[in-house]
Write a protein that binds this ligand. Structure first.
Ligand SMILES: C[S@@+](CC[C@H](N)C(=O)[O-])C[C@H]1O[C@@H](n2cnc3c(N)ncnc32)[C@H](O)[C@@H]1O
Length: 230
């Protein structure tokens, strides 16, 4: 078995594509709810995408001409190389940075973006870093802007261990389109990397950072989409 990090990343990225194609993380329902919100905003928009991956998910939510600027950041250069190919013909100013989301945000100009978007990435950070992300998002957003967070969230009162057990049970018993090896790979990733908060904790972090309007756009099991506004 290869130990080369690029090969390992490609393999896990291919598994993630299967997860999306089978809608195991409800990308379809969430995309519909978020696209509706994008449509209500005055285009063209300046948007930053934190943990953008290959940008294929956000591209499904956007119509041509909706963005003036797309700024994507991710820790994986491989994912960003894929994103650059996908975005080549989109027709907005494209900026892609291989950096941690907090670094990308802290380098962003103040009051610049209409939308900060993050999908299935924030749960990798510990709570204190999530608080810093919310504060930096508020700083980088215009007063009329909004932060859209798509992520896995624990149920209220559910401890992390309980969440891990229940989520991984779903992976084991319901994600049948994945091979046993792929299901093991997903469960191991969840055990070692997932630090999901409850929606109430995330709302508290948002309010601490100066967001006053917090509303749920979609919820499918532990998969939620929220909009935070000033
Ligand atoms: C599950 S993928 C989601 C990709 C895409 N946003 C989507 O919804 O399909 C999570 C992505 O977050 C990135 N990521 C994780 N932690 C990060 C961090 N601290 N800063 C930037 N990107 C991060 C990973 O490299 C990965 O590409």
């Amino acid at each position: 078995m290869s130990t080369d990090p690029i090969t390992i990343f490609r393999k896990s990225w291919a598994t993630y594509q299967k997860v999306i194609n089978n809608n195991f993380m409800f990308h379809r329902e969430i995309a519909a709810a978020v696209a509706e919100l994008f449509d209500k905003r005055h285009a063209p928009l300046n948007l930053i995408d934190l943990g953008c991956g290959d940008a294929s998910h956000i591209l499904k939510l956007l119509r041509p001409g909706q963005l003036a600027e797309y700024c994507g950041c991710d820790l994986s250069q491989y994912a960003l190389d894929e994103a650059r190919k996908q975005l080549a013909s989109y027709g907005a100013a494209i900026k892609l940075c291989c950096t941690d989301m907090l670094d990308a945000l802290s380098q962003a100009p103040a009051s610049h973006f209409d939308i900060v978007y993050s999908s299935y990435a924030l749960h990798h950070l510990p709570t204190e870093s999530k608080q810093k992300v919310f504060a930096e998002c508020r700083r980088a957003l215009r007063d009329s802007g909004c932060m859209i967070l798509v992520d896995v969230m624990r149920d209220e009162g559910q401890e992390r261990q309980e969440y891990l057990y229940s989520y991984n049970k779903t992976v084991r018993t319901q994600w049948e389109a994945l091979s046993p090896d792929e299901r093991n790979q997903v469960q191991e990733h969840i055990r070692s990397c997932d630090l999901p908060e409850t929606a109430a904790t995330l709302e508290e972090l948002a309010r601490n950072a100066g967001f006053t309007k917090c509303r749920k756009l979609e919820k499918q099991t532990w998969h939620e989409a929220w909009c935070y506004e000033v």
